[in-house]
Design a protein around this ligand. Structure first.
Ligand code: KIV
Ligand code: ZN
Length: 567
């Protein structure tokens, strides 16, 4: 069929009918290589200064990166100086290999080794564009000329590395634009680089970094190319196959995951995907994807907010609200049905191992926010889309207030009304304020001074109650009997003119511990023809709390016009 947008041609699929990667799973972590300080830094509107670079370098070490590309040392004074500073001031931990990038040109390679002088261990990374597009349009080089250039560059690198005596110098080669390169040519030039290096062993493998310099193909093509390359490369056990995906089509993470299934051993990328154009693959996302599937990545993102804040400050670029794992909203549910499901899932989390074979299995949350240093109380924001369950969840999680289920609807409506009025997301404190103002201390004519219930001396199933209240600012006292303190209180209210309601299934809760503990009483007042209204009372004493709840409920009824005062 003719291409309907003739300007562009779809990349041809790779001829690999017996591809194995679709049925494989990633079972172990790749070796991670941060290229933040090179690929990331070169793409910043304001590149990092030396002190900022050092701070970033330390952050990368703290996270757990063992391979860190720190500079393009021959590219300028800053990169050269930073490399020297790391070495001379002893900033490189014993188990970390720093890496310097160079083109395959003699004077640049000399300068790179000059920058690395005295380093106990490090990686020299040489690259050369191998796509016909680059060779023909940018460099005017034939394939043969390119191979010759790489061959002599790697020979030079080998000699300079040998001259460094005891230093453990490793070598990485990248055929730039690998995914736009004829794969047989990529194999040929990598083989030449491998042979010229001549020092690769299983213990000290050479790194073959196969970049998707520009994401021109769908992720499955990258995986096919990696699987095919690995099948055809003769000395597989002496090389680490490294992946380096850019994100031009927004699929760098997917491409890298599939390429790992295809056999990749190592991943180059950056925190939050900094890098040229749309950036490099985001290692935060990729590593946490693997972690969420039970793979120990040996990278520590347990304080991801701090990492994000540091990177934001150093790069001057904010992390996007919905950036996986680190965005402000990624553990927030706005819609009521999601909030409700999360709340239920968290309540029943202890059932997950038996039911689903995993310690963590929660609706709408594929990872535990706590693992990333995120807080549960930030899970749910309230807006006009929030449901009743979500509001109750906020009160419970943030304020220890366990509203009974029968009250969720009323509570949700009150919050929704407020949210509609203010027309914005509302905070957890505002939810508490609404609860307090609407259910605990609603305005109204009644307020309780105190309640004295006393069991009858002859018949303990009878309670005599004395209620002292203010009614419209005037103190009043009534006494009434009942078969318990609640019914005595109801009868007392009747005597005060608040007649005709019943109380059933009231719910109480102890909040806090020790001297600061207090009781919450949630009392449904049932008024024939006017439905149910909840009142909530708070008091150190549970009976007083129940009395306060009934007074609050009574005031609410009057306020809502369900009954006139005095009826
Ligand atoms: O994207 C790329 O190809 C690179 C190379 C230097 C590896 O950054
Ligand atoms: Zn790159």
């Amino acid at each position: 069929m003719a291409n309907s947008v003739p300007k562009y041609v779809a990349p041809q699929p790779i001829d690999l009918p017996d591809r194995q990667w679709p049925d494989r799973m990633i079972r172990k972590s790749p070796v991670w290589c941060s290229v933040d300080l090179r690929d990331g830094n070169q793409a910043l509107p304001n590149p990092l200064g030396p002190d900022q670079k050092l701070e970033y370098f330390k952050l990368l070490c703290d996270i757990g990166f063992k391979h860190i590309e720190v500079a393009f040392p021959s590219a300028g004074r800053d990169d050269f100086g930073f490399t020297r500073r790391l070495i001379e001031q002893g900033h490189i931990p014993d188990d970390v290999f720093i890496m310097g990038l160079t083109q395959c040109r003699k004077h640049l390679i000399d300068k790179t080794f000059e920058a690395l002088a005295g380093i106990p261990r490090g990686i020299v990374h040489a690259y050369c564009a191998t796509s016909d597009l680059h060779m023909q349009q940018v460099f005017d080089l034939s394939r043969k000329q390119t191979v010759d250039m790489v061959s002599s560059a790697v020979g030079q690198i080998r000699g300079l590395a040998d001259a460094m005596g005891d230093s453990d110098i490793r070598f990485e080669f990248s055929p730039e634009e690998f995914t736009d390169t004829d794969i047989d040519f990529a194999l040929e030039i990598c083989q030449v680089a491998f042979e010229q290096w001549g020092k690769a062993t299983q213990d000290k493998p050479m790194i073959l970094n196969l970049p998707a310099t520009v994401e021109r193909r769908p992720p499955n093509h990258y995986a096919d190319m990696i699987e095919l390359f690995i099948r055809k490369f003769p000395s597989r056990e002496k090389v680490l196959i490294s992946l380096h995906a850019h994100n031009d089509q927004g699929m760098a993470v997917a491409a890298t995951e599939l390429a790992l299934q295809a056999g990749g051993d190592r991943v180059e990328g950056t925190l939050f995907g900094h890098g040229e154009r749309t950036g490099n693959v985001d290692i935060v996302t990729l590593a946490n994807n693997l972690y969420s599937r039970g793979i120990d990545t040996h990278l520590d993102f347990s304080q991801l907010n701090n990492v994000a804040k540091t990177v934001e400050r150093l790069t001057g670029m904010p992390v996007y609200y919905r950036q996986p794992y680190s965005g402000q909203y990624v553990f927030t549910a706005f819609s009521g049905s999601h909030q409700d499901a999360i709340r239920k899932g968290l309540h029943r989390l202890s059932e997950a191992p038996d039911k689903f074979g995993a310690q963590w299995k929660v609706p709408y949350l594929h990872v535990d926010p706590n693992d990333l240093g995120r807080q549960f109380e930030r899970l749910i924001r309230i807006n006009s889309q929030s449901g009743k369950g979500g509001v109750a969840w906020v009160l419970e999680q943030d304020h220890d207030i366990e509203v009974p289920k029968a009250m969720h609807l009323e509570l949700g409506e009150a919050v929704q009304k407020y949210s509609d009025e203010v027309g914005r997301e509302i905070s957890s404190q505002e939810v508490l304020d609404i609860f307090q103002k609407e259910f605990v201390e609603p305005e109204g004519p009644f307020s309780l001074i105190g309640y004295w219930p006393r069991p009858d001396e002859a018949n303990p199933t009878v309670v005599h109650g004395e209620i002292r209240v203010m009614v419209d600012g005037e103190p009043k006292t009534v006494t009434a009997d009942g078969n318990g303190p609640i019914s005595a209180f109801v009868h007392g209210l009747e005597k005060l003119g608040a007649a005709g309601f019943q109380v059933d299934n009231y719910h109480e809760q102890a909040v806090g511990k020790g001297a600061d503990a207090y009781a919450m009483a949630y009392v449904p007042l049932k008024l024939p023809g006017a439905g149910i209204l909840f009142g909530v009372g708070k008091d150190p004493n549970i009976t007083q709390a129940a009395g306060r709840a009934m007074i609050a409920g009574r005031n609410r009824m009057i306020r809502q016009g369900k009954i006139p005062l005095g009826q």
